[in-house]
Design a protein around this ligand. Structure first.
Ligand code: COA
Length: 281
């Protein structure tokens, strides 16, 4: 399969690779287990800006170089070096949350976290922000903050409430115990876990399944779900009617084509397949 570099820009802490509609965003500090520095946060903001409007990017897959997904914040460059640096500290703190919990969480195309190895502390934020997470069975996860005298900060404790049960969250936050991909899958922190040797192929398979569907519709699916859970029922219903109209404005007739071909024309069964006539922008 052909893998070509994304042509636009190059970054020092992030590597981009494009493969048949999938753009691989690879955190690229393997010698530091892809711990996140201020530079990486600023670069990731730019990467997401570029990819949001890149027509070649249909699905974004986030992973890490080497044997690590992400070892969390770089405890030296992001924390120790910023301790006496009030203004910059606030700026980098903003960037760290902005790219992960606003830009990535609401990224207008499907996102898959591919956890290829270590995933610690701050790395959970982008893991949970992605729509899907596929893990290597061999991956090692941990909320290690308690072991160095802190608690999962930034947005980590908040986003854990999104993905874990109360019992699992308390257990992991307060013990700092490590766990593997199979355990992550059992507690539904990730979508599924596979042997490392199969992980990339499974990620491509999932991306291909998503790309077989209408990408405007997929965008609406994720935006609706992620927004309505913070609304009351009345607001949610109103938002969803408006969103349905917005979807039809973006891709006129997308819903009607599918419904008519099933219910009137009897041409296909939506229970099994994406509508073949759906435009795929
Ligand atoms: N911040 C800064 N540096 C980090 C880091 C982090 N979060 N995670 C790893 N590194 C650095 C190590 O200090 C080491 O640097 P060095 O080569 O200059 O000594 C390098 O990355 C390689 O890590 P190393 O510890 O030698 O690898 P390992 O395979 O033995 O252990 C980890 C890997 C991830 C288990 C271990 O590095 C670790 O515990 N990291 C901290 C994880 C953490 O608490 N993250 C939460 C931050 S919010």
């Amino acid at each position: 399969m052909e893998v070509t570099p994304v042509s636009t820009k190059t970054y020092e802490t992030v590597k981009l690779e494009r493969e048949n509609g999938i753009t691989w965003v690879i955190l690229n500090r393997p010698d530091k287990k892809n711990a996140m520095t201020p530079q990486m946060h600023m670069e990731m903001l730019d990467v997401l800006d570029e990819l949001e409007f890149d027509p070649e990017t249909k699905v974004l897959a986030l992973t890490g170089a080497g044997n690590s997904f992400c070892a969390g914040q770089d405890l030296k460059e992001f924390i120790v070096d910023q301790m006496k640096n009030g203004r910059e500290r606030a700026r980098y703190g903003w960037a760290a949350s902005e790219w992960r919990w606003r830009r990535l969480y609401y990224f207008p195309k499907p996102t898959i976290a591919m956890v290829n190895g270590f995933c610690f502390g701050g790395g959970f934020t982008q893991l949970i922000a992605c729509d899907f997470a596929l893990s290597a069975d061999e991956a090692t996860y941990g909320l290690s903050e308690v072991n160095w005298g802190s608690f999962p900060g930034g947005l980590v404790s908040r986003v854990l409430a999104e993905a874990l049960t109360y019992r699992d969250a308390m257990n992991l936050i307060m013990t700092g115990d490590t766990f593997d991909g199979k355990q992550a899958s059992a507690m539904r922190l990730v979508t599924a876990s596979y042997p490392l040797t199969q992980l990339r192929a499974e990620t491509v398979k999932l991306a291909e399944k998503l790309m077989s569907k209408n990408l405007h519709t997929l965008r609406a699916c994720k935006e609706v779900y992620k927004h309505v859970k913070n609304m009351d029922y009345t607001d949610a219903e109103d938002y969803m009617w408006a969103k349905m109209d917005a979807l039809n404005a973006l891709d006129p007739g997308v819903r009607d084509r599918g419904i008519t071909d099933f219910a009137v024309e009897k041409k296909y069964k939506p229970g099994f397949d994406a509508h073949s006539g759906a435009d795929k922008p």
